[in-house]
Structures are given as C-alpha cells and as structure tokens.
Design a protein around this ligand. Structure first.
Ligand code: DC
Length: 231
C-alpha cells in the first residue's frame, strides 16, 4: 500500500469516530487529525481571554483575535497520541472538559472560525496519508478525498457507550440526560446554517450499532485496499 490517500470520516457525535479513525491511522501509519479538537482549542482560548463566558459571547473580540490563535498537533511518541497544541501549550486534557463542551458548538458556527480551521486542515492534508474525522470533512474540507465514510449508530447505543465511558471515568451521570444531550447535539449538528452535518453523496454509510471495532477494521481495510489499488 504505497499510494497515500485521504480518508474523511464524518458522522454523529458519540459514534466512535475518533476510535475508528485512530485505529485506521495506526494501521496505515497515517496522520490522524481530530478536527473537533481544533474547534475546542479555539473555544478554550476564547474562554481564557474572557471573550466567552456564561453571560457573554463577544463576537468582535473573537474575530479580532482569531489570527493570534495558533492550533496544531504534536505526536507524543510515549503515549502514541496526537496532542492538541494551542499557542505552544498542550491543551489536550483541558479541551475535553464540560466547560469547553458547553460553548464549542456556538464557536464552531462562526463563519470566520470555520474558514480558518478548514484552511489549516487542508494544509495538514496537503501530502495525503491522513485520516481526519469531524462533521464536514467529506463535504467541505476534502471533497476530493479518495475514501469518505459517514458513521452512524442508534441513539440508544450511542448514549449507552457515552454513559459507560463517563461512568468508567468516575463521573456521576444519568442515562436519560446523556441520551437527551446526544439527541440535542444531533439536531444542532444537522440544522446549523454553516457546514451542517451531511452525508457526502459519495460517502459510504457505516452503521456500527452492532459492530465491534475489530469488525469495523476488517470492513474498512478491505475498502481502503480497493481505493488505493483503484488509482
Ligand atoms: O467531535 P467533537 O465533539 O469534539 O466536536 C466539537 C464541536 O465541534 C462539536 O460542536 C461539533 C463541532 N465540529 C464541527 O463543527 N466541525 C468539525 N469538522 C468537527 C467538529
């Protein structure tokens, strides 16, 4: 498998996109990019500088300072994980917290933020050999990607997976709330004006409700081999 391709993975939240995308990248020795982490890093920067809090959303301040927000990734050889870097600082843990989660969907709706993130994402994929996951990768970022996958799973299964994950982390959570949050995020992702979550026409749907990661890998490696050999 010498020819390098771009693999775009989009889909609903809590579908296991990042686990799947990371496994593919590891197998192929490709770069893995979590595009959601970039929107989270910008959100964190806005929060730290006081442009966003529970009472305000200072769009002008965000736009005026966007050029100063540098977001990229560092591959940590020890943990074998790509860490999100904001202006030279590793923010990988902080961007996953509930504060950032509460504000990120609003920040990701700002046209100028998306423009800048998409530009950076395209630079990261310039040499191909990349697996990127998100909401608009196959439709906007890499419409020419050789392989596009659109992931989905039933709401109950996604809620259960998220619930198990949070319980394992020691969080006190209620299943019904998790499920409501997933439904609300689906609606927000699909209905926002700018780059809404859509299946690209040429994306292959993967419903992993009843598939293990191993099953998914067998399925996708076969597809990848075909795509690489096709060109
Ligand atoms: O995948 P995630 O939950 O880490 O994404 C964080 C937020 O960023 C979520 O509100 C969806 C948004 N997002 C986006 O608009 N476009 C992307 N390509 C990736 C994420």
């Amino acid at each position: 498998m010498n020819k390098k391709i771009i693999i775009a993975i989009d889909g609903y939240s809590s579908c296991g996109k990042s686990t799947f995308a990371k496994s593919i990248a590891r197998e192929l020795k490709y770069i893995y990019i979590d595009s959601g982490a970039m929107y989270r890093a910008v959100t964190l920067c806005c929060m730290r500088n006081g442009y966003i809090d529970h009472n305000q959303f200072d769009l002008n301040a965000i736009l005026n300072n966007l050029g100063r927000m540098q977001v990229w990734f560092n591959f940590n050889n020890d943990t074998q994980v790509n860490e999100t870097i904001l202006n030279s600082e590793n923010v990988e843990n902080e961007i996953r917290g509930i504060e950032v989660s509460a504000h990120v969907s609003k920040v990701s709706q700002i046209h100028e933020v998306r423009e800048r993130m998409v530009e950076l994402q395209r630079q990261m994929g310039a040499n191909k050999g990349i697996v990127m996951d998100g909401r608009d990768i196959g439709t906007v970022v890499f419409p020419e990607a050789e392989l596009k996958i659109f992931m989905t799973a039933s709401v109950d299964i996604r809620a259960q997976r998220r619930y198990d994950e949070l319980i394992a982390k020691g969080d006190k959570v209620v299943f019904g709330e998790i499920k409501r949050n997933i439904i609300a995020r689906d609606i927000a992702d699909e209905n926002r004006d700018i780059s809404p979550l859509r299946r690209a026409e040429d994306a292959i749907v993967l419903d992993n409700s009843r598939m293990s990661v191993k099953d998914q890998m067998i399925w996708v490696m076969d597809l990848i081999e075909k795509r690489i050999n096709a060109g």
